[in-house]
Write a protein that binds this ligand. Structure first.
Ligand SMILES: [Zn+2]
Length: 147
């Protein structure tokens, strides 16, 4: 018979599974304590939710992996880093044409900046929804990415 996993495995499982399940059940908006807290996810609620879902999923995977197999654990961890963190940043870059953002006065008040694909002008947006219909203040080009 396989020996039971060491105590550290139970500990890791409790932490990651617990965190993952809380995130799956809770679905909280941008906040200071839990979630993929990056300026780019703070600036765009859609990206926040996407990275939240991926992170929750792969945290659960890490928790289960800690008990069953370290291969599952490592695969989940890699997916967490790529899909939960790097992918939202990539999506932000694709959506706004830049990784720049701007910050209001409040602690979590991060907002997107869009880069004009024609003249390269960087323009502050009031929020993620401000991208739709916005035009470059310099050349008049629509800022929303071409589809
Ligand atoms: Zn322009």
């Amino acid at each position: 018979m396989k020996p039971p996993p060491p105590l550290v495995a139970y500990l890791l499982a409790a932490i990651f599974l617990g965190l993952g399940l809380v995130m799956l059940a809770w679905r909280k908006g941008p906040n200071w304590w839990i979630g993929v807290r990056l300026p780019w996810t703070f600036a765009d609620r859609q990206l926040w939710d996407r990275s939240w879902n991926f992170a929750a999923l792969f945290l659960v995977g890490m928790g289960v992996g800690a008990l069953l197999s370290w291969t599952i654990f490592v695969i989940s961890l890699i997916h967490l880093l790529i899909l939960g963190i790097l992918y939202p940043i990539y999506l932000y870059r694709r959506k706004y044409g830049t990784l720049k953002y701007w910050k209001g006065v409040a602690r979590l008040d991060y907002r997107p900046v869009a880069r004009c694909s024609r003249c390269g002008h960087h323009q502050r947006l009031p929020g993620a929804e401000g991208l739709v219909g916005a035009r470059c203040q310099v050349c008049g080009m629509p800022l929303a990415p071409a589809r």
